[in-house]
Unconditional design. Structure first.
Length: 374
């Protein structure tokens, strides 16, 4: 225990760690502030934090690390540590946003549909990526980001994939590239759905289902749901409004992240697991933090039901605190990203675009079949 504390103390108690904590916290704060405004709302605080982190790496290199190898290594280690640990803690706290009672009652019909949508989208996106000769790591990250919940899915699934130390930097760069792809794709499709879906003559519930079922980030689904909502029309149709349905369907997809992360961990170990250099046995990178995600979802649901007065606390933990931690993780990823590696994103971007079109068509079809107009 003493050795453990000394080891981690040396990594945490450094000037570089203090610098990265301040920078990533500031990036998150700016991201959360900007996300309140319409022009930035559709991007979301996490993507804004990532972009700020990518920009901030230039002055850090120019003014702080320069040619100092020790500072450079310290910044890289500090950013990597925050990206890794804060990501897991943030996803665990994100579970407080999942009201399981709502999902298993009002959203009961959405859960199996969400499972089907996620399965089909992940397989199609991964298949298209591989046909385009995209490497398996990038392919599965883009597939999960497109099929589940954007950046959180990319980072969550990445946490269940174990690679050798020599590929850690490649993995981090692939994470950022995959996040950028799903962020751009989700923003484009959110704007298109707000403009085009009303032309299809769908009900409010159907429009919300399509938005929640096809858009990538939670921020995209929320923004599109709000943009499509007409409460008076929903009341006339006798259905929930678009915003409510979009949230239910999107959260149903978020729940699938737990199962997908576990499946990917097992699949990756069997198909792409690397034998340790010392000849020892491979270890599956089981995403234990996903069990924490389920635990906080259950705790939050219980708190809301037993003590309604705790609603504000549950919201702060699942929304504000989780967003701060995830934002800091995203900014840290941006600080370490290698811009040259982003060139790998052209083919997976094309794959995600094709898959996203298929996803929208699939969701429209499911909405018409399972949520018919009364």
């Amino acid at each position: 225990m003493k050795e453990f504390c000394i080891k981690w103390g040396k990594r945490i108690a450094t000037k570089q760690m203090l610098l990265i904590v301040i920078v990533t916290l500031a990036a998150t704060g700016i991201g959360m502030w900007l996300a309140q405004f319409n022009g930035f709302k559709i991007l979301g605080a996490l993507i804004i934090a990532l972009l700020i982190g990518m920009i901030v790496q230039f002055p850090i290199r120019a003014w702080y690390t320069k040619d100092n190898a020790e500072r450079k290594a310290g910044v890289k280690d500090a950013a990597g540590l925050i990206a890794n640990k804060f990501l897991r803690l943030g996803i665990i706290l994100l579970g407080f946003k999942l009201n399981l009672q709502l999902l298993f009652t009002t959203g009961a019909k959405c859960l199996p549909l969400a499972a089907g949508v996620v399965l089909v989208t992940v397989l199609i996106t991964y298949g298209i990526c591989r046909l385009m000769k995209v490497d398996p790591l990038m392919a599965i990250l883009v597939a999960c980001g497109t099929g589940i919940c954007g950046a959180a899915a990319v980072m969550g699934v990445s946490g269940s994939i174990k690679v050798s130390p020599t590929r850690e930097e490649e993995k981090e760069n692939d994470e950022v590239t995959a996040i950028a792809i799903v962020a751009i794709m989700g923003t484009i499709f959110a704007l298109l759905e707000i403009a085009v879906l009303p032309l299809f003559g769908l009900t409010q519930a159907q429009e919300g289902f399509v938005a929640g079922g096809s858009l990538h980030e939670i921020a995209h689904a929320v923004a599109a749901g709000e943009g499509l909502t007409n409460e008076r029309l929903a009341a006339q149709q006798g259905v929930v409004d678009a915003a409510t349905m979009a949230n239910i369907m999107k959260l149903s997809r978020v729940l699938m992240l737990v199962f997908v992360a576990i499946i990917v961990a097992i699949w990756w170990d069997k198909k792409h697991g690397e034998v340790p250099a010392d000849g020892g046995k491979r270890k599956i990178a089981f995403p234990w933090f996903m069990l924490g995600f389920i635990a906080t979802a259950a705790i939050g649901t219980l708190m809301l039901k037993a003590w309604p007065s705790t609603a504000e606390l549950v919201n702060v933990l699942g929304n504000d605190v989780a967003k701060v931690l995830l934002g800091m993780a995203m900014a840290a990823l941006g600080i370490n990203v290698n811009f040259k590696a982003l060139k790998k994103g052209v083919k997976p971007f094309g794959a995600s675009l094709i898959a996203s079109v298929i996803l929208v068509a699939l969701c429209i079809g499911l909405a018409l079949v399972f949520f018919p107009a009364k």
